[in-house]
Design a binder for this molecule. Structure first.
Ligand code: S3P
Ligand code: PEP
Length: 448
């Protein structure tokens, strides 16, 4: 895990055309869930394409501590022997979830309705993030929580074996909160229902079905969804092929679009419609992106993205409703906007304030350090594109997406862009630097 002692400064300088054919690592959301659900199922789940990033490895360790047998073959296939819903073991030590918000929040849901006490901690970033958003609904099942001030980890979850089912309307668009509630419902007698006013990524719903759980999803008149399951549920082991991560594909995608002579193919990207907001937005901005070879694999739509830099991007307004389908992509969209003609307005980004860093503040600071004109109005970010002066130092605050986004900013800037710490990139995209170098970027260690 990253720490102040092991900061790794890196800089990115202007480079020529990016050319190549790449395949980014497995999807982080699906990888976390495959290990958790495998651990809850009866039988052995085989996982191929798992993201071997720090966040997901923390979940693998957590599932081991909770009693599942998790192993990896030399060829990269993972095996999870589950214990069955209701049969998790009380961990005999604190579970360290590192930097992983998805990991800690979904696991909190799982352990909340098991008769065990679980202690969670994480790195300095995770220990600043709010857990009240999951603790509040999970307490309604009958679980008890002890956290630091303002619901921050370390956090103890005292689970219950007499859980009462709940109906919960999400106060914010959050797949993590939705998933925590549904996962608590697995070991609860009766029907657990989540109402989400805006649809968020649905990997939990899809994968629960893959493990044999009946999940009812209704689309509401306002476009939101009502999702229910009736417990106690039995889950049956099922093999998983993890598709690649659209949130990681976003970096070579934007890099190619802002670099005029580029031509890059990104293979086998997960094109789940609740994850493709960035692609829609970049196409609206005039980006030359073609989707080829579209197909269904393991319950998800997959396709190849062929991207060129031939069109100069144009500023647009990105509507608030689109935010859940591209929530992790705003930092790199802000980078695309810095090179676009005119103004790009990104609406309603309040949720960015509670990610690995306050991403709204971190993006604004990074743009300011590199001479990019921008402003924040309420929860909207407005960026005016043009020539990017660069030359600034960006603080990444233990946030992988801030680090990768500003390294992409550097590839077209007049002066190199430095990030103070590239170490957090290993949480979600351990081969980022190698892959980007293969396309022609010019990243180099920096002494700050
Ligand atoms: O459920 C998930 O796998 C995730 C949900 C999103 O978080 P929120 O639920 O907080 O929006 C996203 O930012 C995170 O990277 C992964
Ligand atoms: C927000 C993110 O992840 P998490 O919440 O799982 O830490 C992310 O990967 O951008």
């Amino acid at each position: 895990m990253s720490s102040a002692q092991s900061k790794r400064p890196l800089q990115s300088a202007k480079c020529g055309a990016l050319v190549g054919d790449v395949r980014v690592p497995g999807d982080k959301s699906i990888s976390h869930r495959s290990l958790m659900f495998g651990g809850l199922a009866e039988g052995e789940t085989r996982i191929t394409g798992l993201l071997e990033g720090e966040d997901v490895l923390a979940t693998a360790d957590a599932m081991r501590k909770l009693g599942a047998k998790v192993t990896r073959d030399e060829d990269g296939t993972w095996h999870v022997r589950g214990v069955g819903v209701g049969a998790l073991r009380e961990p005999d030590s604190v579970i360290d979830m590192g930097n992983a918000g998805t990991g800690i929040r979904l696991l909190a849901g799982i352990v909340a309705t098991h008769p065990i006490t679980t202690f969670f901690t994480g790195d300095a970033s995770l220990c600043k993030r709010p857990m009240g958003r999951v603790a509040d609904p999970l307490a309604q099942f009958g679980a008890k929580f002890v956290t630091r001030d303002q619901g921050r980890p370390p956090m103890a979850v005292i689970g219950t074996d007499e859980a009462l089912p709940i109906t919960y309307t999400l106060p914010m668009a959050s797949a993590q909160v939705k998933s925590a509630v549904l996962l608590a419902g697995l070991n609860t007698a009766g029907t657990t229902t989540v109402i989400e006013p805006k649809p968020s990524r649905d990997h939990t719903e899809r994968m629960l079905r893959h493990f044999g759980v009946e999940v009812d999803v209704q689309v509401n008149d306002d476009g939101g969804r009502t999702i229910s399951l009736t417990g106690p549920c039995t889950m049956t082991a099922a093999d998983i092929v993890v598709p690649t991560d659209p949130s990681s594909a976003a970096f070579p995608l934007v890099a190619a679009l802002i670099n005029p002579e580029s031509k890059v193919t990104i293979r086998d990207v997960c094109l789940n419609p609740l994850r493709t907001g960035l692609i829609t937005t970049l196409i609206e901005m005039g980006g030359d992106i073609t989707i080829t070879n579209e197909r269904e694999e393991a319950g998800e739509t997959i396709g190849d993205l062929v991207v060129t830099g031939k069109n100069r991007l144009k500023g647009i307004t990105v509507p608030a409703e689109r935010a859940p389908s591209m929530i992790d992509e705003y930092p790199v969209l802000a980078v695309a906007a810095a090179y676009a003609e005119g103004e790009t307005r990104m609406c309603d980004l309040a949720e960015l304030r509670v990610k690995e860093s306050d991403r709204l503040a971190a993006v604004a600071a990074g743009l300011a350090a590199n001479g990019v004109i921008h402003r924040i109005e309420g929860d909207d970010l407005i960026v005016t594109g043009g020539v990017v002066p660069g030359g600034g130092l960006v603080e990444t605050h233990l946030d992988h997406r801030i680090a990768m986004s500003f390294l992409v900013l550097g590839i077209g800037a007049e002066k190199p862009v430095k990030v103070d710490d590239a170490a957090p990139i290993a949480t979600s995209f351990p081969v980022f630097e190698e892959m980007m170098a293969g396309l022609g970027t010019s990243f180099a260690p920096s002494n700050r």
